[in-house]
Design a protein around this ligand. Structure first.
Ligand code: NAD
Ligand code: UDP
Length: 343
C-alpha cells in the first residue's frame, strides 16, 4: 500500500483516478484549489471506493503549503493533474497558463526534490503532437505545439527530461492522453464543465439533456471517411487505470518516458453522435457549421508503448463511455451544482 499525493484530485480525471487508487488499496491525499471542480467530487469518490482520502484545499504554487504537506506525509509518489486546460482561454490568457501549468509544476517538483520524493506521473496531452504527419501517432512523433496550453505541456515534459537526465533518482512517466470521455459507471462522478463545453462529448451530453438545442459539427469537409474530424476517444475509467499502471512503473524504473494513452482507434464526430444515440436512445440534433480554427483532421494513438511498458490497454469502447457519461449527465444535469444530488 502506497501513499500518493494527487494534485487536481477533485477534477474530472483526478477524481476517477482517486477511485482507482483507493480501490487498489493506496492512500490518497488530494491537493486542489477547486478552481475548476467541487469538493463534492471527493465526497463521492470516497463513497464509491468505500474508503476515506485526505482532501487538502490549496494551490500547487504555494511553496509553504507544499513544504507542510511533504513534511506531514511520507509520499511514495505524486500524480500531477492540477492545471488549466482550455485551449482558447490559453490563447487569450497565456500568462495564467504558464504561471499555473509550468510555474505550478516547477514549485511541485522543487518541493518533491527537497523532500526526496522523486516518483512522478504527469498529465500531458496528445495536443503536444500538433497536426501529425503520420497515423497512428507514436511517442517518437515530433512535438510541435500550436497554442499556449499545449506549449505548457511540452515545456513541462522538457523540464522532466532534463531533471531525469541530471539525477537518476527521478522516475517519471508523462502520460499523453488522447480524448478522455465518459464517467464512472456509478453515475456519481463525471465531467462538469463550468461554462459552454469546448469539447465534443460534454456538448453532446448537454444536448441530450436539453441544456443545449443542437450540436454544431465543426466541418464535414475534412479529408476523413465521413468528412468530420476523427479522434481517439477513451473511457475515463480506462484512463484512470492507466495512472495506476504508470505509478507501478515509476516504482520500478528510473528515467523519464512519455507514453500515449489512447485506444488506437479513430472515431469521427458523426460516429460518436450515432454511438451516443444507440447507447442512450437519446436523439442528438446537430447541424454542420464551418471548421473550428486550429482544428486538425485526424488524430489517434499508437498505444503499443502503454501495453509494453505499463501493461495497460483500453478495455472499453465508445458505446460504453456514452452509456456511462449519459448516466452521470442524466442524474446530475447541472453537474455537482445539481440540487439534491443524484437521484
Ligand atoms: P479538471 O479541470 O477537471 O481538473 C484539474 C483540477 O486541477 C481541477 O480540480 C482544478 O480545480 C485543479 N487545479 C487547477 N489549478 C490548480 C492549482 N494551481 N492548484 C491546485 N489545484 C489546481 O481537468 P481534467 O480534465 O481532469 O484534466 C486533468 C489534467 O489532464 C490536466 O493537467 C489537463 O491538462 C490534462 N489533460 C486533460 C485532457 C482532457 O481532455 N480532459 C486531455 C489531455 C490532458
Ligand atoms: N467538435 C465539434 N463540435 C463541438 C466540439 C467539437 O464538431 O462542439 C469536433 C472537433 O472539431 C473535433 C472533435 O469534435 O473534430 C473533437 O473535439 P474536442 O474539442 O472534443 O477534442 P480535440 O479537438 O481537442 O481533440
Amino acid at each position: 500500500m502506497a501513499t500518493l499525493l494527487v494534485t487536481g484530485g477533485a477534477g474530472y480525471i483526478g477524481s476517477h483516478t482517486a477511485v482507482a487508487l483507493l480501490e487498489a488499496g493506496h492512500r490518497v491525499v488530494s491537493l486542489d484549489n477547486y478552481s475548476n471542480s467541487s469538493p463534492l467530487a471527493l465526497e463521492r469518490v470516497q463513497r464509491i471506493a468505500g474508503r476515506p482520502l485526505t482532501a487538502v484545499e490549496g494551490d500547487v504554487r504555494d511553496a509553504a503549503l507544499l513544504a507542510r504537506l511533504f513534511a506531514g506525509h511520507a509520499f511514495d509518489g505524486v500524480i500531477h493533474f492540477a492545471a488549466l486546460k482550455a485551449v482558447g482561454e490559453s490563447v487569450a490568457q497565456p500568462l495564467a497558463y504558464y504561471e499555473n501549468n509550468v510555474g505550478g509544476t516547477l514549485s511541485l517538483l522543487r518541493a518533491m526534490d527537497t523532500a526526496g520524493v522523486r516518483r512522478f506521473v504527469f498529465s500531458s496531452s496528445a495536443t503536444v503532437y500538433g497536426a501529425p504527419d503520420l497515423l497512428p501517432i507514436t511517442e517518437q512523433a515530433p512535438v510541435r505545439t500550436t497554442n499556449p496550453y499545449g506549449a505548457t505541456k511540452a515545456m513541462v515534459e522538457q523540464v522532466l527530461r532534463d531533471l531525469a537526465a541530471a539525477d537518476d533518482r527521478w522516475s517519471v512517466v508523462s502520460l499523453r492522453y488522447f480524448n478522455p470521455i465518459g464517467a464512472h459507471p456509478s453515475g456519481e462522478i463525471g465531467e462538469d464543465p463550468n461554462d459552454i463545453p469546448n469539447n465534443l462529448f460534454p456538448f453532446i451530453c448537454q444536448v441530450a439533456a436539453g441544456r443545449r438545442e443542437q450540436l454544431a459539427v465543426f466541418g464535414d469537409d475534412w479529408p476523413t471517411p465521413d468528412g468530420t474530424g476523427v479522434r481517439d476517444y477513451l473511457h475515463v475509467v480506462d484512463l484512470a487505470a492507466g495512472h495506476l499502471r504508470a505509478f507501478e512503473f515509476v516504482q520500478r524504473h528510473a528515467g523519464m518516458v512519455p507514453v500515449n494513452l489512447g485506444t488506437g482507434r479513430g472515431v469521427s464526430v458523426l460516429q460518436l453522435v450515432r454511438a451516443f444515440e444507440a447507447a442512450t436512445g437519446q436523439p442528438i440534433a446537430y447541424r454542420i457549421v464551418g471548421r473550428r480554427p486550429g482544428d486538425i483532421a485526424e488524430c489517434w494513438a499508437d498505444p503499443t508503448s502503454a501495453e509494453r511498458l505499463l501493461g495497460w490497454r483500453a478495455e472499453f469502447g465508445v458505446e460504453r463511455a456514452c452509456a456511462d457519461g449519459w448516466r452521470w449527465q442524466r442524474r446530475n444535469p447541472d453537474g455537482y451544482r445539481t440540487k439534491g444530488g443524484i437521484t
